[in-house]
Design a protein. Structure first.
Length: 839
RNA sequence: GCGAAUGUGGCGGAACUGGUAGACGCGCUGGAUUUAGGUUCCAGUGGGGUAACCCGUGGGAGUUCGACUCUCCCCAUUCGCACCA
């Protein structure tokens, strides 16, 4: 064994061992409890970044821990290989997206292997391969038959100069990121999936996920946004104008109606109003993202139309407004400025009337001159509903509107259907053929997959397959006439919505999924960035239910436990190329090795919190590994190599603790209490404190001084006895330490386990159990407080009676000082912890 | 704008169900080893005070014998907002 820790050598050897012995290749084994641990697969952007290293280190520590608990652990890895960056790189470097992607995958795979992650590489998949996406196309055609997909027009960001559709991230301050031209909103036909059909179930089943972070559940609930309200029909020139509100109790306070600029009423009115026409035109020049719409200045123009209030018969002005979008809801809202802050600000700006119809139930003062009163309360100036509570009025007004036929109670969701069409090249072709006579016809199963041509040139002027007759010219599967393929591709969220299931049966070329998924699913532990809290996780849950209803899987939810890891920061902000504050993990691995990288990243912060990068802390992690290695060298010298001609001095198990002295006993107790703490911390994925416990165990082992004195005093049996116990504590402690840390730093522990002759393969070792007998203490230390302030500490027998403890506490000199001349009013005794004397 | 979270020494963080604030590590200071630098080892390290003690978990109020932990308000930072993945 080398005297110095040489990570490169240690790590290469361990990785070779794992590969040769196929340690992480698994198959279904009904006799064993399964554990499916999945880290979110990466987009192959070029090389691993720190966020990947963090994500995968957490997943690997968890997987290895579960494996040592005796479970059949599946930990796969793959590539989320379709996406925009490949097209951007293609434009920049004149390299086809496919080649760029495959090169990146090769490089990043090598990096993952160098980090020693316990993946079953036999199951590797890349979503850009036809053998993967063909099943996505297949499922899409099934959903088409079921009526779960449909086509409608929807807005996209359009750059009028580059003549291309822009992603939201390609719109910077309302302008194109390449040419700075103001972006327009363009309505084009696109495919949608009816996720709203599953809104109720997606909401309700969140209750089946108690082991998801509460904040993710809350964000998903808010995103789905179920509300109970009333659809109210106003009339404009005897034509119905529908609006939805969750506050029908404020109906008498409505003073105008706001409609989208694209609303048919506004478009018609614009024909006779130049001001309105130019406003409608202006509204086209705007990005489509919700944050862009909500943060833009609220603008409007009076259409001149009047809407008749269904209850009062009043005629309210109808305004076209830029914050109302045609594609969401009815494209119209009733405005109650007195009781909605946004309506209030708009009314103030355009001098529209503000009519208060709700007052606080407790008659507290409100200043309607300053801001809207948005809470519930008691109605006023509301006809027959005056003096009712908001809740009573909600029911009363809804009933009345329903009786009159100008309203309907409705459950509404904020969630919108999922637009899955992208006007891009590097994605899964949408398996639809457009026929002049038959309309949209799904590609028959026998013709799947629709393969994306990979040998193309991307020049930035739109998707190359839109210019390839060889791709899009075909015949209609129904009537045989000449027809054209759909040239849009799927949203890449489609691929990442079902990969977790495909890992169970990657080799199946006959079906999307097979029986094996029901052995492995659901995923027991899913790990990924908090930035995926809503979209990816909601789409994957939705897809899972689609697959369940297609008979492909038999559980309701895909991910039982979810861990959302925090971000990696440097100097307080997210590492990013644009900020220029990235740290390349490869440099870290090259300098210190995989174990140091893993140790640092797990020690620096608990997984859910953001992690601040620190070069010094990395050096500290490396130092700790060197200390462990140093311990190994010392122990090996003492036990294995022999000393002064005495060979094979490895302490015998089971250990003989008879004659153990108090100091040794307390050292053993310390090691076991640290193990207990570490086991608890492993169970809650708090690896930083597991490592802290490991550091303390190492320190404690070092206190059991290794001794050449055994051999210098061979004839002195008394010293020998003490010495043997010291050695046994070291032997026991080191075996605990190595196993405890092996999920975190697998290479160095693999090597030392073998070198110190504990066994052949630490992966197959039993997880260390707490020896309760080592923990028994006969005295405990209690803290003594006076009025809740710490004043002293006392040692009492573990089984001391409450009276005894109180007497001892009061007798303490420091305590007596603070209690003197005062009456003891109360004594609070928390067993095993504290005494609080209240004076 | 809307939704969600976070805030503890010089730094990363610890504190289990309301019960010793600052574990563990980094950094720093002093010492030992070393020709020197580095490495390694030992000791110290929240602020104030000679001390007894006092102050201290973003700010302000509150509940409690006792609050980093619970409640309310405020401030700052971060994430998401449907075409980045």
């Amino acid at each position: 064994m080398d005297e110095h820790y040489l990570p490169e050598n240690v790590e290469e050897e361990a990785q070779k061992y794992w590969q040769e012995n196929q340690c992480f290749e698994v198959s279904e084994d009904p006799k064993k409890e399964k554990f499916y641990c999945l880290s979110m697969f990466p987009y192959p952007s070029g090389k691993l970044h720190m966020g990947h290293v963090r994500n995968y280190t957490i997943g690997d520590a968890l997987s290895r821990f579960q494996r040592m608990q005796g479970k059949n652990v599946l930990q796969p890895m793959g590539w989320d290989a379709f996406g925009m960056p490949a097209e951007n790189a293609a434009i920049a470097n004149q390299v086809p997206p496919a080649q760029w992607t495959y090169d990146n995958i090769d490089y990043m795979r090598a990096q993952l292997k160098r980090l020693g992650f316990a993946y079953d590489w036999q199951r590797e998949l890349a979503t850009c391969k036809p053998e993967y996406y063909r099943w996505e196309q297949w499922l899409f055609t099934r959903l088409y038959e079921k009526g779960l997909v449909y086509k409608k027009t929807a807005p996209v960001n359009w750059c009028p100069k580059d003549l291309t559709v822009l992603a939201n991230e390609q719109v910077v301050d309302g302008c194109c990121w390449r040419c700075d031209t103001p972006v327009e909103r363009k309505e084009i036909p696109q495919w949608f999936m009816k996720i709203t059909d599953y809104a109720e179930e997606l909401l309700a089943d969140l209750d089946q996920l108690p082991n998801w972070p509460e904040r993710v559940l809350t964000m998903q609930r808010n995103w789905i946004g179920r509300s109970e309200g009333v659809e109210i029909v106003f009339t404009v020139n005897d034509e119905p104008l529908r609006v939805y509100t969750t506050r029908p109790d404020t109906l008498y306070g409505a003073t105008y109606v706001a409609i989208a600029a694209q609303h048919p009423l506004a478009m018609r009115a614009a024909e006779s109003s130049t001001e309105l026409a130019s406003f409608v035109a202006d509204c086209k020049v705007a990005a489509v993202s919700e944050s862009a719409i909500e943060t833009a200045e609220k603008l409007g123009v009076d259409t001149g139309l009047k809407a008749r209030h269904p209850l009062t018969g009043e005629l309210l002005p109808v305004w076209a407004a830029n914050f109302v979008l045609m594609s969401y809801g009815e494209g119209a809202v009733m405005s109650v400025p007195a009781h909605d802050q946004r309506d209030y600000e708009f009314a103030r700006k355009y001098s529209l009337p503000i009519k208060q119809v709700i007052r606080p139930a407790d008659d507290s003062d409100i200043a309607i001159d300053e801001c809207a009163y948005v809470d519930q309360g008691i109605l006023q100036d509301s006809g027959e509903f005056t003096d009712r509570t908001s809740a009573e009025a909600f029911a009363g007004i809804a009933d009345k509107l329903e009786q009159m036929g100008c309203g309907q109670r409705r459950t509404n969701y904020r969630l919108r259907d999922w637009g899955i069409s992208r006007q891009r090249y590097w994605g899964t072709p949408i398996p639809i053929i457009n026929c002049r006579d038959c309309g949209a016809v799904p590609v028959p199963d026998a013709d799947l997959p629709v393969v994306l041509p990979e040998d193309v040139l991307v020049d930035g002027s739109g998707s190359p397959i839109k210019k390839m007759p060889g791709f899009y010219e075909t015949t209609c599967p129904k009537c045989g006439a000449a027809a054209e393929r759909e040239t849009d591709t799927f949203d890449t969220f489609m691929e990442s919505s079902w990969y977790y299931a495909r890992f169970a049966c990657v080799d199946n070329n006959e079906a999307m999924l097979d029986e094996r998924v029901n052995y492995w699913l659901p995923v027991d532990q899913y790990i990924g960035g908090i930035e995926h809290a809503i979209l990816h996780l909601l789409y994957a849950r939705f897809y899972h239910k689609l697959m369940r209803d297609a008979g492909l899987v038999n559980c309701d939810e895909p991910f039982t436990n979810l861990l959302t890891q925090g971000m990696v920061l440097k100097d307080g902000s997210k590492m990013s190329k644009s900020r220029g504050n990235t740290v390349d993990p490869q440099a870290l691995i090259d300098k210190y090795g995989a174990d140091t990288a893993r140790l640092f990243i797990l020690f620096a912060a608990p997984p859910e919190q953001s992690l601040e990068w620190s070069d010094d802390a990395v050096a500290g992690a490396y130092r700790f590994l060197k200390r462990i290695w140093g311990l190994g060298v010392i122990l090996e010298n003492n036990w294995c190599i022999g000393h002064k001609g005495v060979k094979d001095q490895i302490p015998k198990t089971p250990y003989d603790w008879s004659g153990i002295n108090a100091e040794q006993q307390s050292r053993r107790a310390k090691i076991y209490s640290l193990l207990q703490k570490a086991n608890y911390d492993f169970s809650r994925n708090q690896f930083n404190t597991v490592i802290s416990a490991g550091m303390q165990i190492l320190n404690t082992i070092h206190q059991s001084a290794p001794g050449p004195k055994l051999f210098d005093n061979v004839s002195n049996t008394k010293i020998v006895k003490e010495e043997i116990i010291d050695r046994s504590i070291q032997h026991e402690g080191a075996s605990i330490l190595l196993r405890l840390l092996s999920p975190i730093v697998p290479h160095i522990t693999h090597r030392l386990w073998k070198e110190l002759k504990y066994g052949e393969n630490i992966l197959d070792a039993d997880w260390p159990e707490v020896d309760e007998s080592a923990l028994v203490q006969d005295t405990v230390e209690l803290i003594v407080q006076v009025n809740g302030k710490l004043r002293s500490k006392i040692k009492v027998a573990a089984d001391a009676a409450p009276d005894e403890i109180e007497q001892q506490a009061l007798a303490d000199a420091k305590v007596a000082n603070h209690v003197a001349n005062k009456t003891v009013r109360k004594i609070i005794l928390v067993p095993g912890r504290l005494v609080n004397i209240v004076v």
